[in-house]
Every structure is written in structure tokens, then in C-alpha cells.
Design a protein around this ligand. Structure first.
Ligand code: ATP
Ligand code: MG
Length: 354
């Protein structure tokens, strides 16, 4: 078998490389802005760690390779409006939404979508960036640089945010991890827990929705579906056609991580239903320096990405997967003073959801 190339050289690519080692798969990551393109062989496979990219020599060359996986799917997920149209056409539930064409008025958006309307850029948004709330009480005009380049969504008053990570191979076999419960802070994922008692009831619904989507796309690899949960019903927030931050807990909490599962799917190796250990917690490390004291906390597994420190930037994560929830709670308490103050609420949230 040839090499596996990952378009993008961030932490997701690095964790795919890490997961490749036990299987002796050769995984290489490529920075989309690199000025030289390595020589690829005909039997190499190309996968991605991101869903939208500018035209560069690297992205052009890699996406033109015959074994560039999920080519058509990635075009859909590069543009939020095309993604939303696809979900509608498959009758998969999602928030009410509107195209933000140049001639649409703020009044019309409020009329159709309610008092609180969220504009999201059609491409390039991540970690809550590329979003703008319109508030009817402020009587704001539509900013010109959002016209034609964004979609508008109703505000969802969700009970919880959840996600499911699934994988599909070229034979159409699908496997899933337990539904994950997620906490966001200022649009950024802060903590995940899986499995939880309440999320078990959502599993069949989540699996059916993601299976429908992956089958329709004839998708190969790991796909993540982020949802809002209201009562017993799930509404899709967005889809990530790649490994996803809300699946990082699988590195500690499952016998096969989402990264290995993705590699198995793209390299046509056997997919198996992952066995989950314990109730796992993942905490993102945002905008802070590395602290060796984290490593002394019982059960803590740290992944540090080695990136430059910037406010609210995802710089690493902590996984905890202990057999006794009592011990997980103790470790969370020990972590509290080792993290910024705004983590206090999320530690409480984790303890409540365990
Ligand atoms: P990601 O980093 O996951 O790619 P993103 O920046 O692309 O995130 P979304 O996942 O669409 O953006 O939104 C980020 C968060 O903002 C959501 O997880 C949720 O907490 C909140 N949010 C998004 N859409 C809505 C909505 N329609 N109603 C209420 N909250 C929302
Ligand atoms: Mg999201």
C-alpha cells in the first residue's frame, strides 16, 4: 500500500500520524501553504484534516490526485449553504435557515427566523469565528460584508449540545462511537463527556441520521455530526467530514481512537465497533501556557500541540478516562486551580454530567 497524505498540517493531522504508528502506516501531513509539493505515487491515498482551503499549489495538486477521497463531499462541506441544502433535501432535521442574499432585509430575517438570528459565514468559520448575532431590539442593518457570503439561522434553545462520530468504509460498513455531550464557551468547544446516561437514548436516532448522510455521499472515513438536542429530538448544527475535536476522548476512552478508525476506513482495513471504556472526559486547553502540574493529576492524559499561545486558541487537550466516576470527579477538582477561572463552571458541568 502507498502512503497516506493528509491535506493540512495542524493538530488533527499530527494525531492521525500518531495513531498510524502501531499499524506501520506511513502518514504524511502537508501544510497547504507549502511552496513545494512532494512527489505522490499512484497508489497513495489523500485525506484531509480541514474542509475548506484556498487555492494553493498544494491544494490544487493533492485534490487532483485520483485517490483524493471524498472529493464531491468536500465541495459540499466547504460551503455552509450547500451543506444546509443537502440536509434539507435528505429531510434531516436542522435549525430553520435562510440564504443571506444581497437583497434580503434584516426585517425579513427576523420575520422568518425570530428575534435572535445568527449569521454564519458560508465558509472559513471555526471555533465560533465567522458568526454574528442579529438582535431585533438593536434594529441593526445587515453588514455589507455578510451579504451574499453568509447564511442566517434561528436561535435554538437547546437542552444540550451533542455529537456523534461515525466511520464508513468503501464497502458501506458503518461504525459509531457513543453520542458525546459537549459544552461550548463563546462558540468554542470546552469540554466533552461520553458516554453519559442521558445520551444513550439518543444513540439510535443519531446513528440513523449520520448513516443516511454517509450512505448518500458514499463517504469513506470518519465523519462528525454536531447536534442540538431538544427533548428527545436531534437537530443537526453542522457536519465535519473529518476527525473532530468532540471525538478526542476516544484516544483514552475507546480501544480504537477516532484517528485510527479514520485510517482504517481510508486504508481499507477492517472496521470494528469500538469498545468504550468508562465515562470519559475531554477538556480543551485554550490560550494558556503548558503546565507540567497537569501531568501529576491522577488519570490525566495530555495532548499538547506545540502551537504558539494566543488568547482562546486550541493549544492542547486533556483526556480523563478512569474506571470510577468518583475518581474522575476528584481529578477534575484537582485540575480546577490549574486552569483559568472560567473553567470552574465547565468543571462543574462535567461533574454533573458524569
Ligand atoms: P466549529 O469549531 O465546531 O467548526 P463553528 O465556528 O463552525 O464551530 P458552529 O458549530 O456552527 O460554529 O457554532 C458554534 C457554537 O455556537 C455551537 O456549538 C453553539 O454553541 C452555538 N450556536 C451555533 N448555532 C446556533 C444556533 N442556531 N442557536 C444557538 N446556538 C448556536
Ligand atoms: Mg461547530
Amino acid at each position: 500500500m502507498g502512503d497516506i497524505w493528509v491535506l493540512g498540517a495542524g493538530q488533527l493531522g499530527a494525531m492521525l500520524q500518531h495513531a498510524a504508528m502501531p499499524l506501520a502506516l506511513n502518514v504524511n501531513t502537508i501544510d497547504i501553504y507549502a511552496t513545494e509539493v512532494p512527489k505522490l505515487n499512484d497508489d497513495d491515498i489523500i485525506t484531509v484534516e480541514l474542509e475548506h482551503w484556498p487555492d494553493t499549489i498544494v491544494t490544487q495538486t493533492l485534490s487532483a490526485h485520483p485517490n483524493f477521497l471524498n472529493r464531491e463531499t468536500l465541495k459540499i462541506f466547504a460551503d455552509r449553504s450547500i451543506q444546509k441544502k443537502l440536509l434539507d433535501s435528505l429531510e434531516l432535521p436542522q435549525a430553520k435557515w435562510h440564504m443571506v442574499d444581497a437583497d434580503i432585509s434584516v426585517e425579513k430575517l427576523h420575520q422568518d427566523l425570530g428575534t435572535k438570528v445568527l449569521l454564519k459565514r458560508r465558509s472559513g468559520g471555526y471555533d465560533g469565528k465567522g458568526q454574528l448575532w442579529l438582535d431585533q431590539t438593536e434594529n441593526s442593518d445587515l453588514p455589507s460584508d455578510w451579504q451574499g457570503q453568509s447564511i442566517a439561522e434561528e436561535k435554538i434553545n437547546f437542552d444540550e449540545e451533542v455529537s456523534i462520530i461515525g466511520a464508513r468504509n468503501s464497502a458501506g460498513e458503518c461504525v459509531f462511537y457513543p453520542v458525546t455531550t459537549n459544552l461550548h464557551y463563546q462558540g468554542i468547544l470546552l469540554a466533552s463527556i461520553a458516554p453519559t446516561a442521558f445520551s444513550k437514548a439518543l444513540q439510535p436516532q443519531a446513528e440513523a441520521m449520520l448513516t443516511k448522510l454517509m450512505d448518500h455521499l458514499n463517504y469513506v472515513g470518519v465523519m462528525a455530526m454536531e447536534c442540538f438536542q431538544i427533548g428527545e429530538k436531534l437537530f443537526i448544527n453542522e457536519i465535519a467530514p473529518r476527525v473532530h475535536n468532540s471525538g478526542h476522548w476516544t484516544q483514552a476512552g475507546a480501544n480504537i481512537s477516532q484517528f485510527e478508525m479514520h485510517l482504517r476506513a481510508v486504508a481499507n482495513l477492517p472496521l470494528v465497533i469500538p469498545a468504550t471504556k468508562n465515562n470519559s472526559v475531554m477538556i480543551n486547553l485554550l490560550g494558556m501556557d503548558f503546565n507540567p502540574a497537569w501531568l501529576a493529576v491522577n488519570g490525566v492524559e495530555v495532548y499538547w500541540y506545540g502551537k504558539g499561545v494566543r488568547p482562546m486558541r486550541k493549544l492542547g487537550h486533556i483526556n480523563l478516562s478512569l474506571p470510577e466516576t468518583r475518581k474522575t470527579r476528584q481529578s477534575l477538582e484537582q485540575l480546577k486551580p490549574l486552569l483559568d477561572d472560567y473553567y470552574d463552571e465547565s468543571i462543574e458541568w462535567c461533574k454533573q454530567h458524569l
